[in-house]
Ligand binder design. Structure first.
Ligand code: MRU
Length: 361
């Protein structure tokens, strides 16, 4: 990634993805540096956006999709030629950005939407410069819709919580991972706004520590009562009776309700079941992939061994050790109490109820 610039002006919340109209570029909050530094990466090419997604400068399923949509615009804005060439270039950029990470279906959903928009515009006989502007507007729309979607997820999620409850979450499915509010963290923000007290336990989330660096950070900044725990403490905290609900985000829900999320989520779901604690998954409908029949069909990203052996620059394992580093795991649907979406709360039988949800949409 090329140049960086520091933007430390006070914001009442940290927006992970910002379209900078003045400079016609994408400013991405570099989440690798949180919570120490608040630095936005000024991105002007689709290659920079691809890198930012791959290297986790931006992460979280909805935020990846939003960034990629802006990346498409950055990739085509200087294209020359007629509408058919622009359409071809848009498809090429979408296919390229789709190779950045494999698991979060929101990436492919957002890119398909950009492709479709370009196809519509071309078939309507749009002029290339006007088409480019509409593609930028579509990326902005994906972002603004996500904010509203997350707020609605928060409303539905909050209906499952009561004042004084202990809630455990894993990874970061907060404002940083979305346009605003988050999915799993949205009910926590709405609870705060309404004077309801939730006691949140944030798993630190090895190996990249999204829970410690991002969830603990953003909840603390907002004034939510949050306690950081190591991943291997979740069972102990549950056994003390401190947790009345678990809520997590997801990168992809299969058609049968199996859920892929950050590695370690499955262990938390098993622990929740063992303790009789409901396990909720919060996501926009765009995260539900009816074309993927089961969790076993979800492509799971494997990441570099250095994340485990020398995360954050300090070697903590012997040289040459064999490492297995999947970024996500799959929680089978029988561990899921409910899936909270912007359209309401889905319960088992998931296969049947997800079909109904999509039939209505
Ligand atoms: O590897 P990451 O940090 O992109 O993983 C993110 C998660 O697993 C989130 O829980 C998921 O994307 C949902 S974000 C609303």
């Amino acid at each position: 990634m090329s140049t960086i610039e520091n933007q430390t002006e006070a914001a009442d919340w940290l927006q992970s993805v910002r379209w900078n109209s003045a400079d016609n570029r994408l400013d991405l909050l570099d989440q690798r540096l949180l919570p120490d530094e608040i630095i936005y990466l000024p991105l002007v090419t689709s290659e920079q956006v691809w890198d930012a997604i791959k290297q986790l400068a931006v992460r979280g399923a909805p935020a990846i999709g939003i960034s990629a949509a802006f990346g498409v615009y950055l990739g085509v804005r200087d294209a020359s030629g007629g509408r058919e060439q622009l359409l071809e270039e848009t498809v090429k950029q979408c296919d390229y950005l789709a190779t950045s990470r494999p698991t979060a279906v929101n990436l492919f959903w957002a890119l398909d939407r950009m492709k479709q928009r370009a196809q519509e515009l071309a078939s309507e006989g749009g002029e290339p410069e006007a088409m480019k502007q509409v593609l930028l507007d579509e990326a902005k729309l994906i972002q603004s819709e996500d904010e509203e979607t997350c707020r609605l997820i928060g409303e539905h999620g909050l209906s499952l919580f009561e004042d004084g409850m202990g809630v455990l979450t894993h990874c970061n499915a907060g404002g940083l991972a979305t346009a605003r509010y988050g999915t799993a963290l949205a009910p926590m923000y709405l609870a705060l706004e309404r004077g309801m007290h939730l006691k949140v336990y944030a798993d630190e989330t090895r190996p990249v520590l999204q829970g410690a660096r991002l969830t603990a950070f953003e909840l603390q900044q907002a004034g939510v009562d949050v306690t950081l725990i190591c991943d291997n403490m979740a069972g102990a905290v549950m056994s003390k009776g401190w947790v009345q609900a678990v809520i997590v985000g997801t990168d992809r829900v299969a058609a049968n309700g199996d859920v892929a999320n950050k590695i370690g989520t499955y262990s938390v779901a098993v622990l929740a079941k063992a303790h009789g604690i409901p396990f909720y998954v919060a996501c926009p409908i765009s995260t539900i992939d009816m074309n993927t029949p089961t969790g076993g069909d979800i492509p799971i990203e494997e990441r570099h061994e250095d994340e485990i052996t020398q995360g954050f620059g300090k070697r903590t394992a012997p040289q040459g050790i064999k490492v297995y580093n999947p970024a996500f795991d799959v929680t089978p649907n029988e561990y899921v109490t409910a899936i909270i979406t912007e359209k309401g709360i889905i319960q088992a039988p998931f296969e049947e109820n997800l079909k109904k949800l999509f039939a209505q949409a």
